[in-house]
Design a binder for this molecule. Sequence first.
Ligand SMILES: [Zn+2]
Ligand SMILES: [Zn+2]
Length: 84
Amino acid sequence: MSWNSKEPRWHGENRTNADPASFVINGVEFDRLRYGEGEDDSDLPTCDDCGVPRGRRHVLGCDLEPCPRCSGQAITCDCFYEDD
Ligand SMILES: [Zn+2]
Ligand SMILES: [Zn+2]
């Protein structure tokens, strides 16, 4: 299993909750970072990928959502996300 493929990690229709407030990563629950809270977030008023305004959670699967565990890119980092 590789998280580095181009396949999106999440497929919204397969999840019971399309906008979870937290992720379970490697067995530990982490609050998701909102746009503007990530170290590498831009200064734009809305996310450059999913379009949410600052202070809101990214749309699930957004390229720019930081991983709350490793600060990498949530959709491609090496952390193990439990899906539900
Ligand atoms: Zn986003
Ligand atoms: Zn990570």
